[in-house]
Design a protein around this ligand. Structure first.
Ligand SMILES: [Zn+2]
Length: 303
């Protein structure tokens, strides 16, 4: 139930909204920002880096949110309808999106950020599926950035120079980050590069940086791991002397903790897999997310 105070605030906000911007007076008005919607927080951060102050990026799935399973709100439909550009990951990540876009009546172009990335194919329960977690490899994130840049230029050509400049500055930052990651991970010996996470979110990371990740849940969090999957992983940890089990920010920590307890493996810190942290957390943007993950991996695995 809205309190009386909330109702009054709401009316006051409505009055303020009615006054601006046509009736606002004072210094030169800021040009309206280009409304962009990204499906999840990691993609939204990449878009903010490319769009800079010309864009207003809204993320549908928020910090620490799971983009595989998401319950859209009426607000999401409104934002999609108002968007001039919609950024999606693709590769089957956002199973809930098509229906939402249809229901919203959105007409904006849709950019698939993974366009041009060679998808990893995964066999799960006898079916071949695609692994959507391409952003976990920095060279892939560079492709995301190029796709976002081209998408922004297409809908806002007068910002082309700004988008190109922002993208090339950010790509240089990502290239440095890639070197930083490789240098840090070089401290982890080959026999300690097989590890456990809750869901299979680090396949591209593993390919790029020479790790093997094993997970009781598949590439989506939609289906839960069975008792048989968990028992199999516990046997595998013991047989192959897998050193550590890592938590994830978007999954329930209980299963990973149980696996660690029953197998004797070390429990590592939380890896950020499918979402950033809130702004005051350790993974508020893509660069900090990768740094956090490297820190957790080296803390548990480097000698
Ligand atoms: Zn995932």
């Amino acid at each position: 139930m809205p309190s009386r105070r909330n109702v009054i605030t709401f009316i006051a906000l409505g009055l303020l909204a009615g006054l601006s911007p046509a009736h606002a007076q004072g210094p030169a008005e800021q040009p309206a920002k280009l409304p962009v919607v990204a499906t999840f927080s990691i993609l939204a951060d990449l878009a903010r880096n490319v769009g800079g102050d010309r864009v207003e990026v809204i993320s549908l799935v928020g910090p620490n949110g799971d983009p595989h399973v998401y319950q859209p709100s009426p607000e999401d439909a409104k934002n999609l309808n108002a968007a001039k550009l919609i950024l999606v990951n693709g590769l089957g990540l956002e199973g809930w999106l098509d229906r939402l876009i249809k229901a919203s009546g959105a007409k904006a172009p849709i950019v698939v950020a993974t366009k041009g990335i060679a998808p990893r194919k995964m066999e799960e329960d006898g079916k071949i599926g695609l692994d959507p977690h391409a952003w976990q490899s920095i060279p892939n994130a560079e492709i995301y950035v190029a796709n976002i840049r081209d998408g922004l230029i297409a809908v806002d050509p007068s910002g082309a120079d700004a988008y190109r400049a922002n993208a090339s500055a950010y790509l240089a930052k990502l290239a440095d980050l890639d070197e930083e990651v490789r240098a840090a991970l070089a401290k982890i010996p080959p026999e300690r590069r097989e590890i456990i996470t809750t869901h299979d979110a680090f396949g591209y990371f593993g390919e790029a940086y020479d790790f093997k990740f094993i997970a009781p849940e598949g590439v989506s969090t939609e289906t839960e791991a069975s008792a048989r999957d968990v028992a199999k992983i516990i046997r595998q940890i013991k047989a192959e002397k897998i050193p550590a089990v890592f938590l994830e920010n978007v999954t329930d920590p209980r299963m990973a903790k149980r696996i660690a307890e029953e197998s004797g493996a070390t429990i590592g810190g939380a890896l950020y897999s499918d979402a950033l942290s809130p702004p005051d957390g350790p993974a508020a943007n893509y660069v900090d997310m990768m740094r956090n993950n490297i820190k957790q991996l080296t803390a548990a695995l480097a000698n």
